[in-house]
Design a protein around this ligand. Sequence first.
Ligand SMILES: NC(=O)c1ccc[n+]([C@@H]2O[C@H](COP(=O)([O-])OP(=O)(O)OC[C@H]3O[C@@H](n4cnc5c(N)ncnc54)[C@H](O)[C@@H]3O)[C@@H](O)[C@H]2O)c1
Length: 253
Amino acid sequence: MQSKNKRAIVTGGTRGIGKAIVKELASKSCCGVLFSDVAFIYNSCDECAAEIEREVGSLDTKIIGFKADATSLEEAQRTVDAAIEKLGGVDILVNNAGITRDNLLLRMSEKEWDDVINVNLKSVFNYTKAVLKHMVNQRYGRIVNIASVVGLIGNAGQANYAASKSGIIGFSKSIAREVASRNVTVNCVAPGFIETDMTKSLNEKQRELLSQNIPMKRMGKPEDIARVVGFLCSPDADYITGQVIAVDGGMTM
Ligand SMILES: NC(=O)c1ccc[n+]([C@@H]2O[C@H](COP(=O)([O-])OP(=O)(O)OC[C@H]3O[C@@H](n4cnc5c(N)ncnc54)[C@H](O)[C@@H]3O)[C@@H](O)[C@H]2O)c1
């Protein structure tokens, strides 16, 4: 019997926000069906990938990890082709992989700039390009790109990160215009400060200072972001495209 599940690809799915998104798409009533089958892309920790396959996969959903460096267009094309073969197609893409290499611009190396732009922005180009033809041909696609509030308001010490995240927003709005008439939507979620490995290095004092600047006075959880991604992939969001939804406890209001 042919599966009626939607088919999703999530980059950077082994931990943090990406892992929560894999779980959400696998469990949510997404796009008018019960579940999504999910292929997630990861670049390290084979054991973490195997654990997610075991933990989230079920009789109803296929969860498959593909090891690849998201900065490579060639690897993106290869993994998307393999994911489509295993899942039978692709309906949803969530570009989530991201890194930080923080430094004040006067001290920032060319490598710190290039690494962040390549992982955060070029990967979005790579995976969007690799899935778009399929989505346009089937007249259906939901693309959600994980930006950041830093891409909206900037942050001292994160010029590379802010540029990558603002770039994602401009890219998303442009592609949204290119493919809207083909029933492919492209939206961004801009998280505020979320409890993950990325923010683990902050000490207690930095956390307290940050929280003071958040109207809701606390950091968010990966699930806060995942639920909004699930919404944007659901039929309730069928008429939403080219938007940026900040999920930030009120930071950017
Ligand atoms: N945590 C926050 O406060 C926060 C705030 C705003 C935006 N974001 C964004 O949310 C996304 C997820 O962040 P997170 O906090 O879960 O971070 P994280 O460091 O916990 O996870 C990042 C994921 O990206 C993957 N990744 C990194 N480089 C890769 C590469 N070259 N190829 C393939 N995968 C790669 C990692 O393996 C990991 O799974 C990122 O895009 C990040 O910029 C996070």
